[in-house]
Design a protein around this ligand. Sequence first.
Ligand SMILES: [Fe+2]
Ligand SMILES: [Fe+2]
Length: 219
Amino acid sequence: MTAEEFVRRLDTENQRLLGRLAPDDTLKPEVEGDLTVVNLLKVALKNEIEATEIAGRWLVATDDVEVKLAFARQVGDEAKHYRLIADRLRALGVDLGSFDPLAKGYGPLFTYLDSLKTTVERVAAGQFTREAIAVVKNRQFIEFCERAGDAETATLYRDVIEPDERYHHDLGRRLLLRLASTEDVQEAAARAARKTLELADELQRRVLATAGIHHAPGC
Ligand SMILES: [Fe+2]
Ligand SMILES: [Fe+2]
């Protein structure tokens, strides 16, 4: 099929699977302690630092200038999200002095993404799919913040973070339209996207006992 057809199909399939991520189920298993805005923002810090780093690794691993620039843009945005979320936590009275978002190591999604070897798989998994997941989860998080009476955090996500994540998803779409031109490449891209969604789904279902935090709002 053509790249256009492929991207349209992948998008439809992603959206179908994303529809299964039910709001509170999505948030609960990933958080340590009570389900509060503060605890979820700490999970978000881990996501943002992981998203910054994976895009940075991929930026230096490609010779394709358009791909380099897409990952560079993402590195900057994810680092900005980290700083904005940390600022918001401080405003909520949280001392981040000794907080290390990677204290328990990288999560399974980061490890999987880091194992991907081709640009098309990276773009399909890390931008097109992961950022689509981020948009859904952020929307759920905005609703959660509103229910919790935290309009300021909701506004930060609605006005700044979510539009950026949507842009990252669109960067992925544009690159796939150019890169996903053969059947082999399309198969690899679809596999990477599916695995990314599976990992997100698995995290959602996991009962958190010893696993620590993984990935939730914002990436
Ligand atoms: Fe992002
Ligand atoms: Fe982000």
